[in-house]
Design a protein around this ligand. Structure first.
Ligand SMILES: Cc1cc2nc3c(=O)[nH]c(=O)nc-3n(C[C@H](O)[C@H](O)[C@H](O)COP(=O)(O)OP(=O)(O)OC[C@H]3O[C@@H](n4cnc5c(N)ncnc54)[C@H](O)[C@@H]3O)c2cc1C
Length: 234
């Protein structure tokens, strides 16, 4: 892992444990990495699971992929033909379907270092605390400037028409530039989120419950970012 040209660059074979030993777990601008780590599988798996594997797996359970979407990350792919950079948002096409070509490997994942006044959070709900796939997950990134939302990025385990992690641009667009308040977040959760969020019913739980929990995640996730920015601690 390195910082270069204003970017955080994480090599594809970096394990989650290795990430946990870096500034991504101590700098408040990256606080969502700590949340994701705490909710990820078990400690044993965190020692071997890599960031590259998480992104290429490309399922709604790929927690680091969801978090990295909130950082607007890019994926660098290499082959004997050279290197190319793909926005993660365009890299994960659908569940277990990525833009990676048969002769390519993922070399690294990179994203811009956020400015001061930024933080992130990751929310994962299930019936247990550990070794969970997540009934729903959400990742939130926020930059505040004098109380105004200068930047906001929101990703969920799935959104309308895609069964894989994706951004929710509609909610981001609604919040951007406005003054942060609990009323605003409430409106975003109750009025804007349901217009694009399409949840599914399966053996695990209902679409209605998933939608309700997505609203809760949005509220909690953004409020957590704000508290972290104000207090400067994770
Ligand atoms: C018990 C258990 C619990 C889990 N809990 C979680 C969880 O809480 N959250 C979560 O997100 N995931 C979880 N996982 C899934 C998995 O551990 C993670 O997705 C992990 O990050 C995958 O990384 P890996 O290095 O093991 O990849 P692998 O499983 O080895 O690879 C995944 C896929 O990516 C391909 N691949 C790997 N690296 C590259 C590369 N550099 N370039 C091109 N292709 C590549 C592989 O060929 C394979 O198709 C869990 C898995 C288990 C078994």
């Amino acid at each position: 892992m390195k910082i270069e040209d204003g970017k955080v660059r994480i090599g594809a074979t970096t394990t989650l444990y290795e990430i946990s030993r870096t500034f991504l777990h101590s700098d408040v601008r990256f606080a969502g990495f700590v949340d994701t780590w705490k909710k990820f599988g078990t400690l044993a798996i965190r020692f071997s699971a890599t960031i590259g594997g998480n992104v290429v797996a490309g399922t709604q359970y790929s927690d680091y992929a969801t978090l990295l979407l909130a950082y607007n990350a890019n994926v660098k792919a290499v082959s004997s033909r050279g290197e190319r950079s793909i926005p993660l948002e365009k890299f994960i096409l659908d569940k277990r379907i990525t833009d990676l070509r048969p002769d390519e490997l993922v070399k690294e994942v990179e994203f811009a270092i956020p400015p001061q006044g930024s933080s992130s959070s990751f929310v994962k709900f299930d019936r247990r605390e550990l070794l969970i796939a997540g009934i729903i997950t959400g990742a939130f990134f926020l930059t505040l400037e004098e109380g105004k939302i200068r930047d906001v990025k929101i990703a969920f385990d799935m959104v309308k028409g895609k069964r894989a992690p994706a951004r929710s641009h509609e909610v981001e667009g609604f919040l951007l530039g406005k003054t942060f308040s609990e009323d605003l977040i409430e409106k975003a959760a109750e009025e804007v989120l349901p217009t694009y969020m399409e949840r599914i019913t399966d053996w695990w739980t209902t679409a209605e419950y998933r939608l309700d929990m997505s609203k809760v995640a949005l509220r909690r996730g953004l409020l957590k970012c704000k508290t972290r920015i104000e207090k400067g601690v994770i």
